[in-house]
Write a protein that binds this ligand. Structure first.
Ligand SMILES: C[S@@+](CC[C@H](N)C(=O)[O-])C[C@H]1O[C@@H](n2cnc3c(N)ncnc32)[C@H](O)[C@@H]1O
Length: 220
């Protein structure tokens, strides 16, 4: 993943945002030591954003699509109240083993439920509403995830979608691959969608914040 923000600015922003917990730090470090593609972890700055968003909507029920080793799931678990729940989807059993190790160490880990398997199948079986839905799995399915998230999100809830700048490749025409093409289509779709209000934040690799508009039929 290409850095889109100057490293010094990124470090400054991180230093002036809520710090990650000790358990999140240890999980991030072990992920970097032991896993392929550790840069998939959202990291401290975006983790702080996820926690603030969860607090802003008063999230009690969070749905995550794409857990990896559990960093962002643990951020959400730390942000929801004692009776809150974080349901997280992951297809890779090896990632889930590391996630479970750290969930067991955290006092917030008991709030997290892992759904192992293809997220699209998991999502079909779920019932909403969820106060916050975080989309961060395979990019080729982003439009499917967005459509299903709109059905599952609470009227006062929020959908967050990660990597929507795709290292800057969203600017390329024609798109070099299917993932880029789908992210471009998702960004166009959300921008034109009258059912929602959205803002694309240039945090890390781009985070799209999508809020259902009050009174509009979500299935329209
Ligand atoms: C970018 S990583 C998630 C990072 C995580 N949110 C974090 O901050 O640590 C994307 C994850 O989605 C998982 N994934 C990919 N395709 C999937 C699918 N169809 N269903 C469920 N999970 C999938 C991958 O195995 C990977 O662990």
């Amino acid at each position: 993943m290409k850095a889109l923000v100057l490293p010094e600015i990124e470090a400054y922003a991180e230093a002036h945002s809520a710090a990650e917990s000790e358990i999140c730090r240890a999980l991030r470090e072990e992920t970097y030591r032991t896993m392929e593609l550790p840069q998939m972890v959202v990291g401290p700055l975006e983790g702080a954003l996820l926690k603030v968003m969860a607090h802003l909507v008063g999230a009690r029920r969070v749905l995550e699509i794409g857990m990896f080793t559990g960093y962002s799931a643990l951020c959400f678990a730390e942000a929801v109240p004692d009776d809150g729940r974080v349901l997280t989807c992951e297809i890779d059993p090896k990632s889930a083993v590391l996630a479970k190790k750290y969930f067991a160490k955290s006092p917030h880990g008991r709030k997290i439920e892992i759904k192992l398997g293809p997220a699209l199948e998991t999502l079909q079986a779920l019932t909403g509403p969820f106060d916050l839905i975080f989309i961060d799995a395979d990019k080729v399915n982003y439009l499917h995830y967005y459509r299903r998230a709109l059905e599952l999100v609470a009227p006062q809830g929020v959908i967050l979608i990660d990597n929507v700048l795709w290292s800057g490749d969203v600017l390329l025409q024609p798109p070099p691959d299917r993932s880029t093409a789908v992210i471009q289509e998702l960004n166009r779709t959300v921008a034109a969608d009258q059912r929602v209000t959205a803002v694309l934040l240039t945090v890390r690799d781009g985070v799209l914040v999508v809020r259902p508009r009050p009174g509009l039929n979500k299935t329209a």
